[in-house]
Design a protein around this ligand. Structure first.
Ligand code: FAD
Length: 374
């Protein structure tokens, strides 16, 4: 391990890997510390959906930009790493499973069509049945969005980390236990067994970001939110659309991925701490929601049941930027259910800040200071 680097990145999920990749591509020497293994937490067990059209609010334009960046970067990252991220492009269909949803979903068509990279249309139930005859009979139509992306989030994280390594990034298995300061400026990090000197530290600890409050003298208000997914035997012929609908009090995706399995995703549960034990309650609920959309899934065997944690903030927006009062320390977390989508844009924004002290990406409102002000 090198004893001195330009930048130390803490956390080898999609966010830390994307930042390291960008920094190294710009010539910085970087070490990523990951105490577990690359992509072994939420970044490796996410659904892998890249769809910026299904969220509005403060973060919408960054999500769209990140989607465009993914399209530009996916080929390069897979080539540089030699890792196939199992990228599929397919339509997204937001189903009206209740008649009351029709007006809202029809209005979504116009909103989505304002984005030049997407084309959206309203489909009546018989039009949906022509595309997918196995869909439920209890259906009131749906909003189709062409060309969203679904990939393997573990392989994407691995590809990003390995592409970063091809640019000189050092990935080290180890836990960071603190930041070393000199005159209010970060000059290194402490490890369980040693230390490393650096000019800048990037915190990308995902749901564990609250730990860094102790290193920063400022509260980092991140909590883990448990999310579970089940994978069942694939349909034959395979589904060619990412289906999503609200049913039984919650939402659910049904999608057949490149691994051949049909994925039913996902639950959201707050207040469970760092518990990632798969629960029978989640498995039953996801099965019922999937069967509501595709009744024949009732006979499909469970292949895998996973649980992991989204890093969430009190206001639902991410935390991105320089840490107030600590020179040379930057933070990127709180990506909730959108971190796989946001990897490229966060990678660029944080790398810009580390290298130039500013970025033209609009992240100003996502600083940690917004919580201190309340
Ligand atoms: C069920 C589910 C489905 C999802 N589906 C999607 C989706 O379809 N599309 C999408 O865009 N997003 C999705 N997400 C969200 C996405 O997975 C997360 O936003 C994203 O993975 C967060 O990435 P991260 O790098 O911040 O965190 P993580 O992946 O949790 O990585 C943080 C890493 O930091 C390491 N670490 C922590 N502390 C230390 C330390 N002191 N020293 C060294 N290492 C440390 C941890 O070991 C961990 O590996 C989903 C999330 C869930 C839970």
């Amino acid at each position: 391990m090198n004893s001195r680097r330009d930048v130390v990145v803490i956390g080898g999920g999609i966010i830390g890997s994307s930042i390291a990749y960008r920094l190294a591509s710009e010539g910085k020497s970087v070490t990523v510390f990951e105490r577990d293994s690359i992509g072994n937490n939420a970044s490796g067990y996410a659904l892998g959906l890249l769809n910026p059209t299904n969220e509005t609010g403060n973060i919408e334009s960054l999500n769209h930009l990140s989607f465009t960046m993914h399209k530009e970067m996916l080929g390069v990252i897979q080539e540089e790493s030699g890792v196939d991220a199992q990228v599929l492009t397919m339509p997204h269909l937001e189903l009206a499973l209740d008649e009351s949803e029709i007006p809202y979903l029809k209005s979504e068509v116009d909103r989505i069509n304002e984005f030049s990279e997407f084309k959206s249309t309203w489909l009546e139930p018989d039009e949906i049945r022509k595309i997918e005859p196995r869909i439920t009979d209890e259906l009131y139509g749906g909003t189709l969005v062409e060309d969203i992306i679904i990939l393997d989030s573990y392989k994407l994280t691995l590809a990003t980390a390995q592409a970063a390594e091809s640019h000189g990034v050092e990935v080290v298995l180890g836990e960071v236990t603190g930041i070393i300061y000199k005159n209010g400026r970060a000059v290194g990090v402490n490890l369980r067994d040693g230390q490393i000197d650096c000019d800048a530290v990037v915190l990308a600890l995902g749901p564990w970001s609250g730990t860094s409050s102790l290193w920063l003298d400022i509260d980092v208000p991140i909590v883990p939110q448990k999310g579970e997914i089940i994978r069942v035997e694939g349909l034959n012929p395979p589904l060619g659309v990412h289906f999503h609908g609200n049913t039984l009090g919650s939402s659910c995706s049904v999608v057949q991925k490149a691994d051949g399995a049909t994925w039913l995703a996902a639950t959201s549960k707050d207040g469970t701490g760092f518990d990632v034990t798969p629960s029978s309650e989640a498995s039953e609920s996801l099965s019922l929601r999937g069967m509501r959309m595709f009744p024949e899934l009732e006979s499909h065997q469970l292949l895998l049941h996973t649980a992991c944690m989204r890093p969430v903030t009190p206001d639902g927006d991410p935390i991105l930027g320089k840490v107030p009062g600590k020179d040379g320390v930057f933070i990127a977390t709180g990506t909730g259910g959108k971190g796989i989508l946001m990897g490229p844009v966060i990678g660029k924004a944080i790398a810009d800040l580390v290298m130039n002290g500013e970025t033209d990406l609009k992240i100003g409102q996502f600083g940690l200071a917004r919580f201190a002000a309340n």
